[in-house]
Design a protein. Structure first.
Length: 494
């Protein structure tokens, strides 16, 4: 069944361009802005202290896990978050619709943070991270998809709207690590995790009041699953869960190989997803061309996130051992480093939104934005080289602030633009699942970042930062070179 069968035409249900607005955008953006801000508060607040919780010794309230294993767990968890967008997107497109999936996902996230706060040891980590990973995957793809429903395909406010949406994400990402980091250093890790749970509860309450004003298309199931296939899907789901449980119980799947498994599963899922969409008889020739255009953007995005997501692994280790955290005699908590990037996002996202709006159709093509993001990210890694192999407190805080500013510029050239282009290139019947494909690139890059972190040697940092930085620059230059070809495949989409 298609959208036509539902009796709802997508473009007919978009908010009108007059009346009340949210910073010049459809006023419904405020509801999604709010739930994402609180979800990111809880997500990054928890993630800001998670790695420390894993490898700090028991005397400091941690679990005492070796650092290599801890970074692998964080990479696997981060990859699983974005891998779960497949499930969230599939549920939205085939069974529940984006709006309902977003609501239930928010509930699951809150329960995950409660588990981390209330359950001690590895059990709390396992239950909490599984709930948060699945819930975050469901929320992320569907929040982005719902934002896309607020705009017509040719609405010039679209990229600016996604940039404002990204501002909401980073307001939460800025405040979260500050408060959970302070709570962790004052009262312990579990209080920090509890604060993240409270933040998600506030976001869920706020969204509950605003969800009724969203466009009807946000609740539409664009490609409903036939009734005679539902039993088969349930059986497959149960079998998958049983296989995972058996693998964990027998030790085939363990904390040491978890990140490798997530990388392999994500790569297989991405290839399968592209194959399913491209071979579908429900998409047109033009839609198929646009999906092909997304492939080089996907690859560039993987390279970018492989470096960028090391903020939560290598950069955290770097800050814990080498950064001068002294502020006028007061020792700044390590998790506060995670709030530096969101500060710049908050400042610069509006600037980028204004630039794209001002330039209109004269702004750089999306492939060139992606190429620039990869190149700038590579440069950011090269900026670590002057401070490489230093001792404790040898790197000035201002130096890391400057490097994270470059991280931010790279991020704004890829992340909000990637969310936007995934909705513009999406075939109608795979609207949310194309967003999930973009998040699969984030999943793969995040998992790879956890694997790469195992090669980080604090005593010999030059090869690590130098080689990875150079690879990112080369990837960006290659995409820039093939941009004319990609543009033709995009078939009119910029």
């Amino acid at each position: 069944m298609s959208n036509v069968d539902t009796g709802i035409k997508v473009d007919d249900e978009r908010p009108a361009g007059n009346g009340k607005t949210f910073f010049g955008q459809p006023r419904q953006l405020a509801s999604i802005f709010g739930v994402e801000a609180w979800e990111r508060f809880s997500f990054y607040g928890m993630q800001g202290i998670l790695l420390l919780y894993l490898f700090y010794p028991a005397s400091q309230g941690g679990l005492g896990i070796p650092k290599d294993t801890a970074t692998g767990i964080l990479g696997a968890y981060g990859g699983a978050v974005y891998l779960s967008t497949i499930l969230g997107a599939w549920l939205a497109d085939r069974i529940l619709g984006s709006e309902r999936v977003l609501f239930f996902a928010a509930v699951l996230i809150m329960l995950g943070h409660i588990a981390l706060a209330a359950l001690p040891g590895g059990g709390g980590v396992a239950v909490g991270l599984i709930c948060i990973a699945i819930g975050s995957g469901g929320l992320k793809a569907n929040a982005t998809s719902i934002v896309g429903t607020l705009y017509a395909a040719d609405d010039p406010r679209r990229d600016a709207g996604f940039s404002l949406f990204y501002l909401g994400i980073n307001l939460g990402a800025f405040v979260g690590p500050l408060l959970t980091g302070l709570a962790q250093t004052t009262w312990g890790f579990h209080v920090g995790f509890a604060l993240a749970a409270v933040g998600m509860a506030i976001g869920l309450l706020q969204y509950s009041f605003g969800r009724k004003n969203l466009p009807k298309v946000a609740s539409v199931v664009p490609n409903p699953l036939p009734a005679d296939r539902r039993r088969r899907v349930i059986i497959v789901g149960v079998i998958a869960v049983v296989i995972i449980v058996i693998a964990v119980v027998t030790g085939v799947l363990n904390v040491n190989n978890l990140v490798t498994v997530v990388i392999a599963v994500t790569l297989i899922a991405a290839i399968a997803y592209f194959a399913i969409i491209l071979s579908s008889k429900k998409i047109t020739k033009t839609e198929r061309s646009r999906v092909l255009a997304f492939i080089p953007l996907f690859i560039t995005s993987v390279a970018f996130w492989s470096l960028y997501q090391q903020q939560f692994t290598v950069v955290t280790l770097y800050a814990d051992s080498q950064l001068n955290l002294d502020l006028f005699g007061w020792q700044m908590p390590v998790p506060w480093v995670q709030s530096i990037n969101p500060i710049f996002i908050i400042i610069l996202s509006g600037v980028f939104a204004a630039i794209w709006t001002k330039l209109g159709n004269r702004q750089p093509l999306t492939p060139l934005k992606f190429a620039g993001g990869a190149i700038v990210m590579g440069i950011a890694f090269l900026l670590f080289l002057p401070f490489a192999n230093g001792g404790p407190a040898s790197t000035p805080l201002l130096a890391l602030v400057g490097i994270l500013l470059v991280f931010t510029i790279a991020e704004l050239l890829i992340s909000p633009v990637g969310l936007s282009i995934s909705t513009k290139l999406a075939p109608q019947v795979y609207r949310t699942q194309m967003v999930a494909l973009f998040f699969l690139s984030v999943a793969l890059g995040t998992a790879i970042s956890g694997q790469l972190a195992s090669f980080y040697d604090p005593n010999n940092q030059v090869p690590y930062f130098g080689i990875l930085g150079a690879i990112a620059i080369v990837v960006g230059l290659l995409l820039a070179a093939i941009t004319p070809f990609v543009r033709r495949l995009m078939a009119g989409v910029r």
